[in-house]
Design a protein around this ligand. Structure first.
Ligand SMILES: [Fe+2]
Ligand SMILES: [Fe+2]
Length: 474
C-alpha cells in the first residue's frame, strides 16, 4: 500500500479525505502503466536532474535533484484559498466564489476540465521519441522536465474530477489514460494534440506556440467562479512558464547557430546553408506557419455560443479578467471578427459575448508577436535581412470563419488549387521534414556538447554549468 500523503506531495489534505484517497489508489497504477507505455522512450532507468514541486511557496515549488522519472513525485497543489474571492464576471458577479460545483453547471464544467486535462498526457505522447535524438544533455533534461510536469498537470485535472465529480469524474479520469495522441479509433480531443512532434524543431515550436495556448486557456480558467479550478490553474501556470521558455530559447538558439554559420561561410541560399548542417531560415518560417495555424485553431470558433455561456455563467473568464475595466457582463458590447466575403477578408462587429474565443486568440497573438520580434533581433544582429513573420490569422485554418477557405500567409483569398500549388512553399514539405530529421539521427550526450545545428544556451539549469551531467545514463 502506498502512503499517498508521503508519495504525493500535496496541499489539499489528501491524508484526511478517504474517498479521494481510494479513488487515487485506484487511478495511480493505471497512470503508471500509461507512463511506462507512453512516457519518454527508453527513459525509465535514467537519473534526471529535475525540478519537483513540494509546496506552492516560493522556496518549495522548485526543488532540484536527481530523480528516476517513474519515481517522480507528481504532486497536487492548489494556490492557497482567498476566503474573500468572488465570482468576478457574468450573471453571478459579486457572489462568493463557489467551493463546490453548482449542480446546473456540473456537466459543462466537467467537459471544460476534461478538455484541458486531455491535452496534458497528449503532449507527452507526442514527444515520447524525441529523447532518442536529443541535441544535448541540457535539452534532454528540459524535455523530460516538460514531460513530468505535463504528467503533473494531468494529476491536477484528475484531482478535480475525483474530488468534485463523483463517479462520472472517475470514469473521465480513466478515459484520460485511454485516449492516445494520433490514434485512429480513440484520439485525443483537440486537433493539434493529434499532430506528430517528429523532431526537435517541431518540439520547440510546439512548446512556444501550443504550450502558450495552454497558458491562455489556464489564464481564462484561473478566473473561473469555481474556486478549486481557478486555484489549480494558477499553480499550473508557474510550471507552464518553463515550457514556453524551453520553446522560445530553443528556437532562438537554432536561429543563432544558423546565422553564425551563414556569416562565417558567407552563404545565403537555403541549399548552401543546409549543406553546412544547420537549418535554413525559410524552413524555420514554414515550421512557424504550421505551428501557429494549428495552434490558433485550438481557441475555437470565432462566434461561439458555448464561449458566451461559459462566460455568462461564470465558468471561464477573459485573459486578465479582473484587470479589465468594463462591466464584466458584456451584454451590450461588440468585438471585431474577420470573415471571408467573396474574394476578400472583411471585419464585422459582433456581440462581444459570442466573440470571446476570438478575443482570447487575439490576446494570444499579441504575446506571440513579441516572441517573434525577439527572434528577429537575433537575425538582425547578425546583419541578415531575412525576417520571420506571423502568417495571416486566416491561413491554414480548420476551425471558425476561415475553415473551408484558402488564405495565403499574406491574407489573400485564393482558390483551392492556387493554395495547394503553394503549400510546400508555406509549410514544411516532406523533403523539409526529412532534411530536419536528417540532422537529428542520434543523441548528443557528452556533457557540455551540443549538436551542430543549435547554439548552447546562455546559462545552465539552476545555475549549474553547461557541462553539468543533467542526465545520468549509468
Ligand atoms: Fe500542461
Ligand atoms: Fe506545458
Amino acid at each position: 500500500m502506498i502512503d499517498y500523503t508521503e508519495k504525493i506531495p500535496n496541499n489539499v489534505d489528501l491524508g484526511r479525505d478517504r474517498v479521494l484517497q481510494r479513488a487515487l489508489e485506484h487511478w495511480q497504477p493505471a497512470y503508471m502503466n500509461w507512463w511506462y507505455d507512453m512516457g519518454p522512450s527508453e527513459s525509465h532507468a535514467l537519473e534526471v536532474y529535475l525540478r519537483t514541486a513540494t509546496s506552492v511557496e516560493p522556496d518549495g515549488w522548485a526543488q532540484f535533484g536527481y530523480v528516476r522519472m517513474p519515481e517522480y513525485r507528481w504532486g497536487i497543489f492548489l494556490q492557497p484559498r482567498d476566503a474573500t474571492r468572488r465570482v468576478n464576471f457574468g450573471v453571478h458577479q459579486g457572489q462568493p466564489a463557489w467551493q463546490e460545483v453548482p449542480g446546473e453547471y456540473r456537466s459543462t464544467l466537467r467537459r471544460v476540465i476534461v478538455t484541458q486535462g486531455d491535452t496534458e498526457p497528449a503532449s507527452v505522447e507526442q514527444q515520447r521519441l524525441l529523447g532518442m535524438c536529443c541535441p544535448s544533455l541540457y535539452d534532454l533534461r528540459n524535455i523530460f522536465q516538460v514531460n513530468v510536469e505535463e504528467g503533473r498537470h494531468l494529476w491536477a485535472m484528475v484531482y478535480l474530477l475525483h474530488r468534485y465529480f463523483g463517479r462520472d469524474g472517475r470514469e473521465e479520469a480513466e478515459a484520460l489514460l485511454e485516449r492516445r495522441s494520433g490514434d485512429a479509433d480513440n484520439p485525443r480531443i483537440l486537433g493539434a494534440f493529434n499532430e506528430p512532434t517528429p523532431d526537435w524543431l517541431a518540439f520547440y515550436m510546439f512548446t512556444f506556440f501550443t504550450d502558450r495556448d495552454g497558458k491562455f486557456q489556464l489564464c481564462a480558467l484561473a478566473e473561473s467562479g469555481f474556486d478549486p479550478l481557478a486555484r489549480t490553474c494558477r499553480f499550473m501556470l508557474t510550471e507552464e512558464a518553463h515550457h514556453m521558455f524551453v520553446g522560445e530559447t530553443g528556437i532562438s538558439r537554432i536561429l543563432q547557430r544558423t546565422c553564425e554559420v551563414m556569416k562565417e561561410h558567407k552563404v545565403e541560399n537555403a541549399s548552401d546553408v543546409r549543406a553546412l548542417g544547420v537549418i535554413d531560415l525559410p524552413t524555420m518560417q514554414k515550421y512557424l506557419n504550421f505551428h501557429f495555424s494549428v495552434t490558433i485553431d485550438l481557441f475555437g470558433s470565432d462566434a461561439s455560443s458555448n464561449a458566451a455561456s461559459y462566460y455568462t455563467t461564470g465558468l471561464k473568464g477573459r485573459y486578465e479578467e479582473t484587470k479589465i475595466e468594463d462591466d464584466h457582463v458584456l451584454q451590450n458590447a461588440e468585438y471585431p471578427v474577420l470573415e471571408v466575403s467573396g474574394s476578400k477578408v472583411i471585419t464585422r462587429h459582433v456581440s462581444a459575448l459570442t466573440a470571446l474565443n476570438e478575443r482570447l486568440r487575439d490576446d494570444y497573438i499579441t504575446e506571440i508577436q513579441g516572441g517573434v520580434d525577439r527572434w528577429n533581433k537575433i537575425i538582425e544582429q547578425a546583419g541578415i535581412s531575412f525576417r520571420l513573420t506571423l502568417p495571416h490569422k486566416g491561413f491554414h485554418r480548420a476551425i471558425g470563419n476561415f475553415a473551408g477557405h484558402f488564405i495565403s500567409p499574406e491574407g489573400e483569398v485564393l482558390t483551392k488549387e492556387a493554395w495547394e500549388n503553394n503549400r510546400d512553399r508555406w509549410m514544411p514539405s516532406a523533403a523539409d521534414q526529412k532534411f530536419v530529421q536528417s540532422l537529428m539521427t542520434g543523441r548528443v550526450i557528452e556533457p557540455g556538447k551540443f549538436a551542430n545545428w543549435i547554439a548552447p544556451p546562455i546559462r545552465g539549469v539552476n545555475r549549474q554549468p553547461l557541462n553539468f551531467e543533467y542526465v545520468r545514463f549509468n
